[in-house]
Design a protein around this ligand. Structure first.
Ligand code: FAD
Length: 418
């Protein structure tokens, strides 16, 4: 057992900031069977939720195994994109504003501890509004109440600061100067690396749907025939939760295809780089974007839910319809980008719950199983707060918020959290 544990701990630092493979895996062999003594907690899924849950449980002194079918922040996962926005404005959904504030602190602390402060880019976030916009007005009230630094900018000021934007029908906006974006894939790797340094064991393997007897889960099996035993099991599997628990979650998750585009500004044009333009959200048109980071392209992505998909087999190639919509929008809102080439793209999925609230709950029939997911297109930023919340729940501590319960998840979609 000790050998196994030591081997996985030694994986730290094997890649640039990569999560190292064990020597056997590196040679293409199946890793050794998990420790017979079992772990305190096995976390299935090393997306942003599972990575932070593992890290917080490890910090709380638990022995933790983290498993992922394709690897932390892999290309099929929702956490695998290049960048994710972190903002504090959430209308009147104050808990998410609070969790964003808490999470930003913890993200920065994590990146500092690994010598990677640039994984958070404080570009500012501009939430653009039309004349009558109840959600933005409510955000303003919440930000005031919570003391989040922000500015209310009217049209003349917007035009003065960002002449590269044609604001069209937008009359005002909230600017959060201290918000920005996270380097998503690297950020997940960073959380896993930190957890490993503290003792978490990580392995790549797909966990089979669990078989349950007598109200407790005794062990997990992987595709390779390994058995993993733990006192508690956390399933943080994004859209795959619906595959592992079809009866419970199958019709309460709405997994949708989402496309992301990177446009290439003209040569020598720095008006779309970090520092020159903030993250922006055009809520009424259901579209948002991010400044180009080191020439990687100006991101433009519709936030409107796409068609349902299967995350394992989805072909991740953008569609002609969305391409046209994005190019039309970009040419209109950002005139210097009219006719700009697409220099990159991603196809990912949102795992939506009925209204956008996350699912964080104990399995109703299996007392040592927890279900965590339903990131609903806005979950990435909250990874650290979710990690703390889950670790506290498993410890029997902390405030329980009913909005995260399975019982509140409906089978018909009606989005209220943005
Ligand atoms: C295009 C796009 C843009 C987004 N923009 C933002 C944004 O700007 N800001 C923001 O805060 N959020 C954003 N989100 C949402 C955010 O990315 C997600 O809410 C978040 O990444 C969800 O993380 P997760 O850990 O729940 O799921 P995932 O990242 O999908 O991770 C689940 C993991 O479980 C693993 N797994 C599944 N089944 C098994 C199994 N049987 N055995 C072992 N492992 C398994 C998978 O391999 C995967 O790695 C965006 C999402 C998308 C798609």
């Amino acid at each position: 057992m000790k050998t196994t544990r030591r081997r996985f701990v030694q994986m730290v630092g094997a890649g640039a900031l990569g999560v190292g493979l064990g020597p056997r895996a590196a040679r293409g062999q199946a890793p050794a069977v998990a420790s017979p003594r079992g772990y305190d907690v096995a976390v299935v899924g090393a997306g942003v939720f599972g990575a932070w849950i593992a890290l917080e449980l490890q910090r709380a002194g638990r022995s933790v195994l983290l498993i992922d079918a394709y690897g932390p922040g892999n290309a099929r996962s929702s956490s695998g994109g290049q960048t994710r926005v972190i903002r504090m404005g959430y209308g009147d959904q104050e808990i998410y504003s609070r969790w964003s504030m808490r999470s930003l602190e913890k993200w920065k602390e994590l990146f500092r501890s690994l010598g990677r402060p640039t994984f958070f880019q404080q570009s500012g976030v501009l939430w653009m509004a039309r004349e009558q916009d109840p959600l933005t007005v409510k955000s303003l009230e919440t930000l005031d109440r919570l003391g989040v630094p922000h500015e209310r900018l009217m049209r003349p000021e917007l035009e003065k600061r960002w002449p590269q934007i044609d604001f069209g029908p937008i009359t005002w906006a909230i600017h959060e100067p201290e918000s920005g974006f996270l380097m998503a894939f690297h950020a997940v790797q960073a959380a896993v690396q930190r957890a490993q340094r503290l003792g978490t064991e990580y392995r790549t393997a797909r966990v089979a749907p669990p078989s349950i007897s007598a109200g407790r889960l005794a062990a997990l099996g992987t595709d390779r025939g390994e058995k993993v035993s733990a006192g508690t099991y956390v399933f943080a599997c994004g859209p795959w939760l619906a595959k592992l628990f079809p009866e419970l979650v199958g019709d309460r998750f709405f997994t949708t295809r989402q496309e992301v585009f990177y446009l290439g500004p003209p040569p020598g044009d720095e008006r779309f780089e970090v520092g020159a333009i903030p993250v922006w959200v055009d809520f009424a048109e259901e579209i948002y974007g991010l400044p180009s980071f080191k020439g990687r392209g100006f991101k433009v992505a519709p936030d409107r839910h796409g068609p349902p998909i299967d995350p394992d087999s989805l072909e991740r190639v953008v569609s002609p319809e969305t391409t046209q919509r994005v190019l039309d929008y970009a040419g209109r809102r950002f005139p210097p980008l009219k006719g700009a080439p697409i220099v990159g793209s991603e196809v990912c999925q949102y795992t939506n719950t009925s209204n956008g609230d996350f699912l964080i709950d104990r399995h109703p029939e299996i007392e040592n199983v927890w279900l965590v997911g339903g990131g609903s297109g806005h979950g990435f930023k909250h990874g650290p707060a979710i990690g703390e919340y889950v670790a506290a729940r498993i410890d029997g501590k902390g405030h329980v918020d009913p909005r995260f319960s399975l019982a509140t998840k409906q089978t018909v979609q009606q989005r209220t959290v943005y």
